[in-house]
Design a protein around this ligand. Structure first.
Ligand code: FNR
Length: 386
């Protein structure tokens, strides 16, 4: 598929039908556009990162330190962006990052995103903290590829039940997020005293879970506060350790990916513990303020474990050329976080579709213009450190 055709389509619409894109095609400007439509609380939850914002700034700075070195006359008329990651076929090495409470961006929330992803053939990763349940998202996603992201609850019965529901719902790979065993220190939310989970928003998976509900004295609608407290007791799980991982293997027979890996030694431990993959990520800078830029740690991790693990990447990816850089530095696929949320805020499913098509078009054009017929040929040689 030539995603670059999207660019031609936009020009044709503009010149012959006098139709301009409803949302900007400038992917770096989406945050600004979304800020005009999002409620202050939603904007404060989605956009800022932890503490002073230093980690999100480091994520962007890391991309700016690499420049693409385009090669000429290499015959890149036909491009192939397809790939297979842990058994999941993908038309392009781009996935939807797990993001909770998407109803903050748009009333259709996760359902709109899952539909947009499925229509494009991209893999959707369902967050434990979604505003819609496993089953609702699976229905919206239909035949679309989907993975499940686990926030590991302290209650093992709920954990096993989540894994069983994910399996039954057609989620094929388990992504275990390790960097959020506690919520990061987020002043924008703290200043507003804003945490939607405490209003039972973003805990749909729990509120529809038999193991969770079995431990409540009364139905949720009779005592919603008790349900909130029950969730609040099982979400924080800072005691997790490497020794706990066999529990997941026992209850999940598909691939397992650890998300939130920043250190080379942790990447090695993931491989030593028989994991299938990792997501090199600092959660978009939302957890530890002053953490290393995600792209800064990618090359060292790729070199250390690239032959043992599938390496995925997120945090700070905004454009197609960012995706190009992450792939060149060793990622097999890239997860997109905030940009799709901005599209969702601006126009629901159509907005997510727009953002993803633009990003894929720019990736495709960047590959073609840099002399690559496929992203699989990318190596660090495609880049120049500055
Ligand atoms: C997230 N992220 C996230 N990660 C996760 O594993 N489970 C989750 O529920 C959430 N929720 C969430 C909400 C919001 C509003 C944001 C912005 C992010 C992190 C996400 O998966 C990904 O790591 C980052 O978004 C990547 O960084 P960028 O692309 O946003 O810079």
């Amino acid at each position: 598929m030539n995603y670059a055709d999207h660019q031609l389509g936009i020009y044709l619409q503009g010149m012959f039908a006098d139709q301009k894109p409803a949302i900007t095609t400038d992917l770096a400007a989406l945050e600004h556009a979304a800020a005009t439509v999002l409620a202050p609380e939603a904007l404060g939850y989605i956009t800022p990162s932890a503490g002073s914002g230093a980690t999100a700034a480091a994520n962007r700075a890391a991309f700016d330190r690499w420049r693409i070195v385009p090669r000429m006359l290499r015959g890149s008329a036909q491009r192939d962006l397809s790939t297979t990651v842990l058994g999941t076929a993908m038309p392009a090495p781009v996935m939807i990052a797990p993001v909770g409470i998407q109803t903050l961006a748009h009333p259709d929330g996760e359902l709109a995103t899952a539909r947009a992803a499925a229509a494009l053939g991209l893999t959707y990763v369902h967050s434990t903290q979604s505003a819609h349940s496993f089953e609702q998202v699976a229905e919206a996603s239909g035949d679309g590829a989907r993975w499940y992201q686990l926030y590991w609850p302290t209650d093992p019965d709920v954990c096993v039940s989540f894994l069983e529901r994910a399996k039954a719902g057609g989620y094929t790979t388990l992504v275990v997020t390790l960097d959020t065993t506690l919520l990061g220190y987020r002043p924008r939310d703290l200043d507003r005293g804003f945490l939607p989970f405490l209003h039972n928003v973003g805990i749909a998976n729990y509120l529809t879970d038999p193991a969770f509900l079995a431990k409540l004295a009364k139905p949720v609608d009779e005592d919603p506060r008790a349900a909130t407290l029950h969730w609040a007791q099982m979400f924080p799980n800072p005691g997790l350790s490497w020794a706990d991982l066999p529990f997941l293997r026992e209850h999940w027979d598909g691939p397992i990916v650890l998300k939130g890996i920043c250190a080379v030694d942790d990447a090695r431990l993931a491989a030593d513990h028989g994991m299938d993959g990792i997501v090199v990520s600092n959660h978009g800078g939302r957890q530890v303020d002053g953490a290393a830029g995600s792209l800064d740690v990618l090359p060292g991790i790729a070199e250390a474990v690239g032959d043992r693990l599938t390496i995925l990447f997120d945090s700070g990816v905004r454009t197609g050329s960012d995706v190009f850089k992450a792939l060149a530095l060793g990622a097999q696929a890239v997860l997109i976080g905030r940009p799709f949320l901005y599209g969702l805020a601006l126009a629901g499913q159509a907005g997510v579709d727009h953002v993803l098509r633009c990003l894929l078009a720019e990736l495709d054009l960047t590959l073609a213009l840099s002399g690559y017929g496929t992203h699989r040929d990318l190596t660090p040689e495609a880049l120049l450190p500055t």
